[in-house]
Design a protein around this ligand. Structure first.
Ligand SMILES: [Mg+2]
Length: 223
């Protein structure tokens, strides 16, 4: 039976009921927004495009929205490289693709440098390892970036598999994402649990093929 619950913390998730654990990455294993802001600042500083910071941020947002709409549902719809490329082309800059690569590298290097793992989430993965529970990260994004994030967070030894939307060609909540994870873990849906911060994408998506859900929202960090 599919069991869907909201938990106040990762420590409350009863992993011993399951044979395998699926888990989201962004805003589940770390907090996205401060890393993104750091990345945008770095991209802005990487090259003078003749824009002030707020125009840069607005142009970037518009370009990303256009890329997201054009490639909706595919992993590449989240490509920062494509967003920066579209932005440079809209600005009429020469060799926009080359500028885009420079901005993309600046963005991700700064983003990754600003990441810190959610300690409770890591403790959950350690608990899985102690119980011999295999773990698959199920995430909407291009694969290289998500693997770099797992490295940066120091989670490689705690995560057995990753499924990205770039790999499946569909984003959560599409069942393909969760079916791919079950195949890799070699477990049945009824013996799996999906942990994530997004009710529709993570929890309802998994539930649509019979996977139980644990909704956990990262607590606000008080600066
Ligand atoms: Mg998330």
């Amino acid at each position: 039976m599919v069991d869907i619950r909201r938990y106040e913390g990762f420590a409350e998730i009863p992993i011993e009921r399951y044979d395998g654990l699926l888990i989201d990455l962004d805003d589940t294993l770390y907090r996205y927004e401060p890393c993104h802001r750091t990345g945008i600042d770095a991209a802005f500083s990487a090259r003078d495009l003749g824009l002030d910071a707020s125009s840069f941020a607005r142009r970037y947002r518009e370009a990303r929205d256009a890329v997201t709409a054009r490639l909706e549902g595919q992993g590449a719809c989240r490509s920062r490289l494509f967003a920066f490329q579209a932005m440079a082309e809209t600005l009429g800059l020469d060799h926009g693709y080359d500028i885009a690569l420079e901005l993309d590298h600046a963005y991700w290097n700064a983003f990754l440098g600003a990441m810190s793992v959610d300690v409770e989430a890591r403790d959950l993965l350690i608990r899985c390892q102690r119980h011999d529970l295999p773990v698959a990260v199920v995430t909407d994004m291009t694969a290289e970036v998500q693997i770099r994030k797992l490295r940066q967070l120091g989670l490689i030894n705690l995560v057995d598999y990753i499924v990205t939307s770039e790999e499946t060609g569909r984003e959560k909540p599409h069942p393909s994402m969760f079916e791919a994870a079950l195949r890799k873990l070699n477990i049945r849906a009824g013996r799996a649990v999906m942990v994530g911060d997004h009710l529709i994408k993570d929890i309802e998506g998994a539930a649509s093929i019979g996977i139980s859900g644990a909704l956990v929202v990262l607590k606000e960090v008080v600066a």
